[in-house]
Write a protein that binds this ligand. Structure first.
Ligand SMILES: [Zn+2]
Ligand SMILES: [Zn+2]
Length: 160
């Protein structure tokens, strides 16, 4: 696990008077194992492979804890459920491009976009805190061919 994740979580637990638990460690490890965005159900499924006794309530509590110490951010990917994003530590200003056909999420950073967000926010008399943009689009493959291999992959995965 990333040392920054460990350190920040440890500090938060100490200041909140919470103890470390093995289940929480498993959940945190799974949440930061890849740079995928995930929802609570996906994380539950992933962690249950490692520890079958982990409950949904523990997942939600741990997610809230990670959001509280700003290790995870809740992101709106235009779907029904809340998604969690583990990548703001490495890319604090990143944005999301989302394909409407295959749900593929591409992260991007752009200095111009960051500057623009800053300018707009300050012009309106606010202090920018967290800036993230969501662009809903059709991926190139879909626009060109009317089909998208990511969509086919996703459908195949859902069918299994
Ligand atoms: Zn992201
Ligand atoms: Zn697509």
């Amino acid at each position: 696990m990333d040392q920054r994740v460990k350190d920040r979580l440890e500090a938060h637990l100490v200041s909140s008077g919470l103890r470390r638990t093995k289940q929480r460690d498993v959940i945190v490890e799974a949440a930061f194992a890849t740079d995928d965005h995930f929802n609570a159900d996906e994380l539950l499924e992933k962690t249950r492979k490692l520890d079958r006794t982990i409950s949904r309530a523990t997942i939600y509590r741990t997610l809230q804890l990670l959001v509280d110490c700003d290790l995870l951010r809740e992101v709106d990917l235009g779907r029904d459920q809340t998604f969690y994003d583990p990548n703001f530590l490495d890319k604090p200003q990143h944005n999301h491009l989302i394909c409407q056909d295959c749900d593929r999420v591409v992260e991007f950073e752009d200095d111009h976009a960051a500057l623009l967000h800053d300018c707009i926010t300050r012009r309106l008399g606010f202090q920018p805190l967290m800036k993230s943009m969501r662009i809903q689009a059709k991926c190139d493959e879909f626009a060109r061919t009317g089909q998208c291999k990511f969509k086919q992959q996703r459908e195949a995965a859902l069918a299994n």
